[in-house]
Ligand binder design. Structure first.
Ligand code: ARG
Length: 449
C-alpha cells in the first residue's frame, strides 16, 4: 500500500508558529511548577531544553521529522532527546487542542499589531501626497464619468478614511483574539489545580476563555482577521484600479516611479503598473482564504476536529499578502508624481461645472429642479455645438434663462470646489482642516497601535 502518512502532516507550515509554541510551553511549565504539579527542577530543565530548541530552529539545524506530523510533536520529541524524562511532564494538564489555539492566537495578535503599523504607514504616505499638492483641483467621478471638481488632497484623504476604518476593524478583532485558551485541555478542561490567570499574564493576554469546549473549537478570531484583511485588500484593490487608470495614456494623471512599473518584452514604450495590478489580483486570493475557512468551519460539530488544521495555510497566505501589500504601498505612494497641469486643466473644463451653473441660477432665486433642467438643455446645446459652456456668449445663455448675467463666467473649478464648504466637503479650508486632523491622528498614534 502507498504511504499516505503525508496527508496529515502540517509541519511544512505550522513550523512558522514555533516561537509562539515555545513561549506557550515555557509559560505552561512555569505555571505547573508554581502549582506544585511538576518539580522546579523539571521545569528548569524543560525551560533550558526549549531555549536550545528555539536556537536550533532559528539556526535551521532543528531535525524536523514529518513522521511526527506537526510542530507540537516535533518540539516535544526533540525535548525528550535533549533532556530525557522531564520532557514527558510538559504535556501534563494540556492538549494539542488548547496548545495550537494559544499558538495561533499569539501569532495573530502580533500580525494584527504589524498590520496596523503598516496601515498607519500608508496613511502617512497619503497625508504626504495630500500636503504636497494641497490645493490642486482635479476631476472627481461618478460612473467613471467626469462629475465635479475636487481637491487632489480630498481624494487622498478619502483613502485615508478607508484605512482608518480598516485599523478599527483590526483593533476590534484584536479584542477577541486576545483571549487565553490554555487550561481547556482537549475539550473539557483539565483535572489539575492549574492557574489560568497566571498563564494569561505570562503570555500577555488580557483575559482567559470562559468555556473549554468553545475555546478549543473557536477559530472566529482567524475568520475575523481574514475578513478585516479582505476589506483592507479590497481598499488597496480599489486604489490600485485608480492608479492603473490614472497612469494610462488616456488619463495621464500620474507617473509611478520606475521601481513600481515594468517594461514589456516587446513594446519598448510600456510602463506597466504591475504592482498595482498585482495588489488588485492578490485581493481575489485573500477573499478565497476567507471563504475557504468559513466553509471549512461551517459543518463542524463541537469541539476540535482535524479539519481545523486547514485554518493555517490560508491564514498565513492572507497575512503575508497583506504585509507585503502594505510594504509596497508605503514605498510606492511617496514616489507617485501628479501631473498637476493636466488634472487641474480637466477639472476646469466647463461640463464639469454644470452643477455650479445650476447652483448659480438657484442663487438668483430659481428652484433647483428647474435650474437642473435648464443646465441639462444647455449642456446638450453645447455638446451639439462642440463648444464649452465658458465659450458660450451671454446672449446664448440668456436664451435659456434671463437670470444669466456676466458673472456666470466667474465660475471655475476653484470656485466650484470652494463652494462645497461644509464639513466633509472639498472646499480648501475644509480639506486643510481634515488634513490637519489626519496629521494629528497619526502623531497621536505614533508608529504603534
Ligand atoms: N496540527 C493540529 C492543528 O493544527 C494540532 C492539533 C491536533 N490535535 C489533535 N487532537 N490531533 O490543528
Amino acid at each position: 500500500m502507498a504511504d499516505f502518512s503525508r496527508y496529515t502532516v502540517s509541519i511544512d507550515y505550522d513550523r512558522r508558529l514555533y516561537k509562539q509554541d515555545i513561549a506557550g510551553s515555557m509559560a505552561h511549565a512555569k505555571m505547573l511548577a508554581k502549582q506544585g504539579i511538576i518539580s522546579e527542577d523539571d521545569a528548569a530543565q524543560i525551560n533550558q531544553g526549549l531555549q536550545t530548541i528555539e536556537t536550533e530552529i532559528w539556526e535551521e539545524s532543528f531535525p524536523w521529522d514529518p513522521a511526527l506530523e506537526d510542530l507540537h510533536m516535533n518540539i516535544e520529541s526533540r525535548l525528550h532527546d535533549l533532556i530525557g524524562a522531564a520532557a514527558g511532564r510538559l504535556h501534563t494538564a494540556r492538549s494539542r487542542n488548547d496548545q495550537v489555539s494559544v499558538d495561533l492566537r499569539l501569532y495573530t495578535k502580533e500580525t494584527i499589531v504589524e498590520s496596523v503599523k503598516g496601515l498607519r504607514g500608508v496613511q502617512n504616505a497619503l497625508v504626504g501626497l495630500a500636503g504636497r499638492h494641497e490645493n490642486v483641483v482635479m476631476p472627481g467621478y461618478t460612473h467613471l464619468q467626469r462629475a465635479q471638481p475636487v481637491l487632489f488632497a480630498h481624494y487622498m484623504l478619502a483613502y485615508f478614511e478607508m484605512f482608518q476604518r480598516d485599523i478599527g476593524r483590526f483593533q476590534d478583532c484584536l479584542q477577541r483574539t486576545d483571549v487565553m485558551p490554555l487550561g481547556s485541555g482537549a475539550l473539557a478542561g483539565v483535572a489539575y489545580q492549574i492557574d489560568r490567570e497566571f498563564l494569561a499574564a505570562e503570555l500577555g493576554f488580557s483575559k482567559i476563555s470562559a468555556n473549554s469546549m468553545d475555546a478549543v473549537s473557536d477559530r472566529d478570531f482567524v475568520v475575523e482577521f481574514l475578513a478585516a484583511t479582505s476589506v483592507s485588500m479590497m481598499h488597496f484593490s480599489r486604489m490600485s484600479e485608480e492608479l492603473v487608470l490614472w497612469s494610462s495614456g488616456e488619463f495621464g494623471f500620474i507617473r509611478l516611479s520606475d521601481d513600481f512599473t515594468t517594461g514589456s518584452s516587446i513594446m519598448p514604450q510600456k510602463r506597466n503598473p504591475d504592482f498595482a495590478e498585482l495588489a488588485r489580483g492578490k485581493t481575489g486570493r485573500v477573499y478565497g482564504d476567507l471563504i475557504g475557512l468559513l466553509t471549512t468551519l461551517k459543518g463542524l460539530p463541537l469541539t476540535y476536529n482535524r479539519d481545523m488544521q486547514e485554518d493555517k495555510e490560508g491564514f498565513f497566505d492572507a497575512a503575508d499578502t497583506l504585509t507585503t501589500t502594505l510594504d509596497v504601498f508605503q514605498a510606492m505612494l511617496p514616489g507617485m508624481k501628479l501631473n498637476e497641469e493636466r488634472v487641474s486643466g480637466l477639472a476646469g473644463e466647463s461640463q464639469m461645472l454644470a452643477t455650479d451653473l445650476a447652483d448659480y441660477l438657484v442663487g438668483k432665486g430659481m428652484p433647483f429642479r428647474e435650474a437642473h433642467g435648464i443646465l441639462r438643455e444647455l449642456s446638450r446645446h453645447c455638446d451639439n455645438w462642440e463648444i464649452g459652456l465658458q465659450d458660450l456668449p451671454l446672449v446664448e445663455y440668456q436664451k435659456f434663462s434671463g437670470l444669466f448675467e456676466n458673472d456666470v463666467y466667474e465660475i471655475t473649478a476653484e470656485s466650484s470646489a470652494a463652494a462645497r464648504n461644509n464639513p466633509g466637503g472639498t472646499a480648501p479650508g475644509r480639506v486643510a482642516a481634515a488634513l490637519a486632523e489626519a496629521k494629528k491622528l497619526l502623531e497621536a498614534a505614533g508608529h504603534g497601535f
